[in-house]
Design a protein around this ligand. Structure first.
Ligand code: CUK
Ligand code: CUA
Ligand code: CA
Length: 651
């Protein structure tokens, strides 16, 4: 046997040889493409980067876009799999200078303004993005994302990677949480996690009184109709005694059912109170029964929203399945048969057989009721209850009959076998741990591409850790998040990459690159506004129509009386892709991007007299620095009509 010292010397020699080999490889420019080994995957495996790096390597190697909610970042992060290349942010609920999305654009401002109070709400918290579907699988048209702070839902157009529309939800102050899209994308639904003392009309219709200080309060969820062209509108709300946390809209075996969890069946107002009962619920809501209640006019409307029907939980078909201690995630298996539910304060994860649950509901096999909601017998509807770890959070599914359960406390992912029909796929004993995958650290959501569809893609697992600790180089007390990529499928999961991503993603969805075909430029409108300045003395408004093209603003100077409103329409006449211009004015708190072919509006008040340069912020040509112009703000007492700017266009 080698003594310790010999072993160390041998190791040093080995390491030296390895280093020399690497240096040799690096020192051969123009040599054949090699793969530098030493990663965690199979040496020379496809997840390692080649050296020298061929141009477009990432583009040619990536298979999926990932859309990750940004949490307090307010929008969506976009990156790719398997190369983990951070590409973009899609701004939604906050001003975002980097991505040219600010509220001096009246369209952005309108979307972010509460229609009932008129208040601009440019703070947000995004949690659960949902990709649009056709026939239960992703179609690459839109991405939906609600705000948790304010009651609103955004739709992002995947042609432009931009927020296209925001619909505000009436009758609630905020606290929207879980959400999901129906298999044909005609209904988007979102849970009210935070209980409310709602409008008197709602309390009266429900026949429930609320003590504004002590509660118990009311909650429910909202249904949003999505048109063929994506346009959203409030369709209905269901209100009742219980808050609701996470949601899935079923498909396959659970088609037509909205499935959500409550962790506060106690209807308490503090943490201790929310743990009083040893169980809470998963609810099964029959979508058709809600629509029938609306059609039968069994609803009320409120002063705030006279056209949004509010239905009582008593007038719809709903069942409860007891789930131990404060469930959080509820996720549905690919055939729609199982709802897997995690309990935050229990070591169990429950698999509810939705087929059996719906049969038991038809047979009226109840073991009681809670606030009038019939309770199904766990003995009949549970497919399994697995006691396999601490702090279960969320669950994802692959294409081979496995479920992946994230654990916050255990800091790992348990890969488990599911029951029939999935036993045909994995051919193992069902509801057992097949593999424990360590995470760094404390798992929140996880992502397997296509997990919430009838046909998951499998192949990759991204673990979204809530804590990062010692993973990356230190950078102060507020620490980045960590998305960890594993390959899954044949053989044990392999950690192939880790990526820091800013605070704080909750859930992500991934779609094949081939299903998203973004436009790279805007279509230049048929009629381009002639550059000009119009002065409206009645409204005290100057309207500036400005052309934007390398490397000019036309007009490049305009006069405006002090105190007037300035409304600008900026038209990019660029047709070349990747030539974005910016528009900002010294001292005026105005900044936007103008993408190729894009028409952008800006509004502000010219409240300070003097000469103010505006300039382009995106480096667009070698004359980028020269791409600037002047706004001259003249005190009203010195203004006369002959100061009006006349734009003379060069022939
Ligand atoms: S919640 Cu954040 S990890 Cu909003 Cu989906 Cu569970
Ligand atoms: Cu246009 Cu820089
Ligand atoms: Ca509880």
């Amino acid at each position: 046997m080698l003594n310790n010292r010999t072993a160390k010397t041998l190791a040093a020699v080995f390491f030296g040889v390895f280093i020399v080999a690497v240096i040799f490889a690096i020192a051969r420019p123009g040599g054949p493409v090699t793969v530098v080994s030493g990663g965690s995957a199979q040496a020379g495996g496809k997840y390692q980067r080649p050296y020298p790096m061929p141009h477009q390597w990432w583009k040619k190697t990536d298979e999926f876009y990932v859309f990750a909610s940004g949490g307090q970042q307010c929008g969506i992060y976009v990156y790719t799999l398997p190369m983990m290349k951070y590409l973009a942010e899609i701004p939604v609920y906050c001003n975002d200078n980097a991505w040219g999305w600010n509220t001096e654009d009246p369209k952005v401002k309108k979307m972010l303004t509460n229609p009932w109070t008129g208040q601009l709400m440019d703070r947000g918290d995004t949690h659960h993005p949902a990709l649009s579907k056709t026939k239960g699988v992703y179609d690459g048209r839109w991405l939906f994302i609600p705000d948790k702070i304010n009651p609103r839902v955004a739709r992002i157009d995947l042609k432009k990677f931009r927020t296209e529309e925001i619909v505000w939800i009436p009758n609630t102050n905020g606290g929207l949480h879980g959400d999901h899209i129906s298999p044909e994308s005609d209904l988007f639904a979102v849970n009210f996690e935070h209980e409310q003392d709602p409008a008197p009309e709602i309390k009266q219709h429900l026949g429930v009184q609320v003590d504004p200080e002590k509660g118990p309060y009311l909650a429910g969820f909202a249904g949003i109709k999505v048109d063929q062209d994506g346009r959203m509108s409030n369709a209905w709300q269901v209100w009742g005694p219980f808050q609701t946390d996470l949601m899935r809209i079923g498909w396959g075996k659970s088609d037509g059912w909205i499935i959500n969890t409550t962790y506060n069946s106690e209807r308490a107002t503090n943490t201790v109170g929310m743990f009083k009962k040893d169980h809470d619920y998963v609810f099964l809501w029959n979508r058709a029964s809600i629509e029938k209640a609306v059609a039968d006019r069994k609803y009320v409307t409120t002063k705030q929203a006279p056209d949004v029907p509010v239905v009582s939980w008593k007038d719809v078909e709903v069942y409860a399945v007891p789930i131990p201690l404060n469930p959080h995630g509820v996720d549905i298996s690919p055939t729609g048969k199982y709802a897997m539910v995690s309990g935050k304060a229990t070591s169990t994860v429950t698999a509810v057989d939705l087929e059996k649950a719906l049969q038991a509901a038809r047979d009226k096999k109840f073991i009681g009721e809670d606030n009038g909601i019939p309770i199904l017998d766990p003995k009949v509807v549970y497919a399994a209850q697995m006691d396999i770890g601490l702090g279960a959070t969320h669950i994802e599914f692959d294409d081979k009959g496995y479920a992946y359960i994230g654990y916050f406390v255990d800091s790992d992912v348990k890969k488990v076998t599911m029951g029939a029909p999935y036993t045909d796929l994995h051919k193992k004993e069902p509801w057992k741990v097949a593999e424990v995958i360590p995470a760094h650290y404390s798992v929140g959501h996880l992502l397997v591409p296509g997990s919430d569809t009838a046909k998951p893609y499998g192949k990759y697992l991204v673990v979204m850790n809530k804590l990062t600790k010692d993973t990356f180089t230190p950078h102060g007390p507020l620490i980045t998040e960590n998305h960890e990529l594993f390959t899954i499928g044949d053989g044990p999961a392999q950690l192939v990459d880790q990526m820091p991503l800013g605070p704080e993603t909750h859930y992500s969805q991934a779609i094949p690159v081939s299903l998203v075909k973004p436009d790279m430029v805007y279509e230049i409108p048929d009629k381009i506004e002639t550059p000009r300045v119009e002065y409206d003395y009645d409204k005290k408004e100057a309207r500036v129509y400005m052309g934007v093209v390398r490397s000019f603003f036309t007009p490049d100077a305009f006069n405006v009386p002090q105190g007037w409103k300035v409304k600008m329409v900026l038209t990019s006449e660029e047709e070349a892709f990747d030539i974005t211009h910016g528009f900002t004015i010294d001292g005026y708190n105005v900044a936007l991007s103008v993408d190729p072919g894009e028409v952008r509006e800006v509004e502000f008040t010219a409240d300070k007299a003097g000469v103010y340069w505006f300039y382009c912020m995106w480096f667009c040509s070698e004359l980028h620095m020269e791409m600037r112009g002047r706004m001259i703000v003249i005190p009203e007492s010195e203004w006369s009509k002959d100061k009006e700017t006349k734009v003379v266009l060069a022939e």
